[in-house]
Unconditional design. Structure first.
Length: 81
């Protein structure tokens, strides 16, 4: 069985989020600012986990769900802080 290759895009987006943390500490709006940040630092992790979790085929629905889960976890973390 062939597993999907993970593109470098989530890794590059995560690095973008890490760079953003150096310069931005507050966001004026949820969309697009905070949501983009949450995607970069956590939605990307959702994407990176798909092959590890054994998802053999990345449909758009699965991809969107992985991103949304990562964003939700990041927002929960922010609220806890």
């Amino acid at each position: 069985e062939e597993w999907p290759a993970l593109s470098e895009e989530p890794f590059l987006d995560m690095l973008s989020g890490m760079r953003q943390e150096l310069y931005v500490s507050r966001y004026a709006t949820f969309e697009p600012e905070l949501k983009r940040y949450a995607y970069c630092v956590a939605g990307t992790v959702g994407l990176m986990l798909l092959p590890i979790l054994g998802v053999p085929k990345f449909t758009e629905e699965i991809r969107a769900g992985a991103i949304d889960l990562g964003i939700a976890i990041q927002l929960t973390n922010i609220l806890r802080d």
